[in-house]
Design a protein around this ligand. Structure first.
Ligand code: ATP
Length: 271
């Protein structure tokens, strides 16, 4: 269930530059995580407990994982991901043990950030197999409660369904802050477009503000695929010298016919 994600070979490490929009959200996360991991002695001196965890919630593809990775990289912390669904299904029977091992490893490698993706599937209230669920929730609570300031381990939980999460997990200083990572507005979309076209040779007819205007409902993941598709459309036009190849507004228009905002897809599916 756990994987070391400190950016494998050839995979550039995620930085704050890779996050479009979300300025306030990122500031809140940084405040909770950077100081406790880099200068825990400040908290000891002041006699206050440093934060142990942050819960990020919001629709899929809005940048929750991105934020967690970027913070870990920027503070040079060990980073490990636990996938909620994997813990409860793939490792059925050894879920608690897997969780415990992940926390232990994080403490050994501290300073560390432990990212629990789709934490609702571990810590949500469900009826089938309630016994197992309850044991896993109990284990998670024990592990969260057992984190000491000196461990220099911070847990970032992520969920699309914050209301499904067991109250016990949200209570009592387990996650010191809940931060909503929402669907970006038009200026957020423009900033995300800027991130994903950073390395693209854009034709002069492209104004990111115009594309941002036309992509209502797109989340970061949608904008990333839109930019990729626009690049592919430019390739397909072909007939160019690599040195002269640019991505035009028409390429983005072509891409827009194929990429739908994920919010809309869900909306349609629910009809
Ligand atoms: P999920 O709930 O599905 O795990 P998530 O919120 O964790 O979603 P990410 O994995 O962070 O979403 O985003 C997926 C991809 O979408 C990122 O790797 C990135 O390419 C792009 N992306 C999402 N949000 C942003 C953003 N705010 N700025 C730039 N790129 C983004």
């Amino acid at each position: 269930a756990t994987s070391e994600d400190s950016g494998g070979p050839g995979e550039a490490a995620t930085t704050y530059e890779d996050i479009g929009g979300l300025d306030e959200e990122l500031d809140l996360v940084r405040e909770m995580i950077e100081l406790p991991l880099s200068e825990p002695e400040l908290f000891t001196r002041l006699g206050i407990d440093p934060p142990k965890g942050v819960l990020l919630h919001g629709p899929p593809g809005t940048g929750k994982t991105l934020i967690a990775r970027a913070v870990a990289n920027e503070v040079d912390a060990y980073f490990d991901t636990i996938s909620g669904p994997e813990i409860v299904s793939k490792y059925k029977g050894e879920s608690e043990e897997r969780l415990r091992q992940a926390f232990e490893k994080a403490s050994r490698e501290a300073p560390a950030i432990l990212f629990i993706d789709e934490i609702d599937s571990i810590a949500g209230a469900r009826d089938e197999d309630a016994d197992m669920e309850n044991r896993v929730v109990a284990q998670l609570l024990t592990l969260l409660d057992g984190l000491e300031a000196t461990d220099e381990v911070i847990v970032i939980g992520a969920t699309n369904r914050v209301d499904d999460i067991d109250d016990a997990i949200r209570r009592g200083g387990r996650f010191d802050r809940e931060i909503e990572i929402g669907v970006p507005d038009v200026s957020g979309r423009e900033e995300i477009l800027a991130v994903h076209t950073r390395d693209m040779p854009l034709a002069d007819d492209i104004e990111l503000a115009t594309i941002a205007d036309r992509t209502h409902g797109f989340v970061g993941a949608d904008i990333a695929s839109l930019c990729r598709e626009a690049g592919m459309a430019a390739l397909r036009r072909g007939g160019h010298d690599a040195a002269e190849l640019t991505v035009t507004y028409a390429d983005f228009e072509t891409a827009m016919t194929g990429v739908e905002p994920s919010g809309m897809r869900e909306y349609v599916a629910e009809q």
